[in-house]
Design a protein around this ligand. Structure first.
Ligand code: SAM
Length: 268
């Protein structure tokens, strides 16, 4: 079987590529996350095709659902399949089954948000949706904060995420928030984290957050962790305070706990 992943517009329908339209016309079947949504898109472009629903619940059955087809196009609700949607699972299955896989380049929310942010683009970390648990969210961000970070967020969780970010990065930290990209009410808000909560009081629409790189912490700049530990202890820090200071300085959380609770070895 030949499976072609087809990116679809995240807003303006003119964002569809000529190649995407040709593939949708040539495919025997269009597999998609939501048949109603993709059906409307096909209708807009005058394409009539059988459709098969492959969403997060049914993608595991893709082999059975697509049996007998030679050429399948796959589209998710919007953007590039495989980026924070069920497309990734379908790709894994295609590789496992030895299907011929093609991925068309096309619309995705993260790239326009990153570029429009005005923040460094040479190196960045895309984290998609953060985990729901606060401790896991924090840990995930701590791992990548030295780079520009791109996040997806649902409107009802935006304020809570901004509060977490504020704690981790501080109020002065630069952030860009892209809302409703490629749509009529597209907005790129650039500012400081401390002002973002004030601005997005009742968030509506779709959001991508882009955070500037956190200034490299001493540990990350090459100062030995042991040296840092000794310096902080000499300043009288211990217990929880010491753990927080180590984490703040870029030491991974587990290591910070271990170091802070390790008994001092008396010097000979
Ligand atoms: N596969 C998609 C892509 O390539 O971007 C992402 C799918 S993910 C399920 C949906 C998330 O992408 C939204 O919650 C939002 O964070 C982001 N997103 C999608 N369209 C957007 C838009 N027009 N403006 C801003 N963010 C958007």
């Amino acid at each position: 079987m030949r499976l072609i992943l087809v990116p679809t517009p995240i807003g303006n329908l003119e964002d569809i590529t000529l190649r995407a339209l040709r593939v949708l016309k040539e495919a025997e079947v269009v597999a998609c996350e939501d048949t109603r949504r993709t059906g409307l898109l096909l209708k807009h472009f005058g394409i009539s095709k059988p459709m098969v629903r492959l969403d997060q619940h049914t993608v595991a059955n893709a082999k059975r659902l697509l049996e007998g087809y030679e050429l399948v196009a796959y589209a998710t609700d919007a953007g590039t399949p495989g980026i924070s949607d069920p497309g990734a699972e379908l790709v894994a299955l295609a590789i496992k089954e030895g299907w011929a896989l093609e991925v068309l380049p096309g619309p995705t929310a993260l790239i326009p948000a990153l570029v429009a942010s005005g923040l460094p683009t040479a190196r960045f970390a895309f984290e998609g949706f953060l985990p729901q648990k606060r401790a896991e969210r924090r840990e995930r961000l701590e791992q990548v904060a030295a780079r520009t970070v791109v996040l997806y967020e649902a409107p009802h969780r935006l304020r809570e995420t901004l509060q977490d970010l504020l704690q981790l990065y501080g109020p002065e930290h630069p952030v860009a928030i892209a809302r409703e990209l490629s749509k009529l009410h597209e907005e790129i808000w650039r500012g400081r984290l401390g002002d973002a909560l004030e601005y997005f009081k009742e968030p509506r629409g779709e959001f991508v957050l882009v955070l500037g790189p956190k200034e490299q912490a001493p540990a990350a700049r090459g100062q030995g962790t042991q040296e840092l530990l000794e310096q902080l202890k000499a300043q009288g820090l211990k217990g929880k305070e010491l753990v927080s200071a180590l984490i703040e300085a870029g030491v991974p959380r587990n290591l910070a706990y271990e170091l802070a609770h390790k008994p001092d070895v008396p010097k000979p």
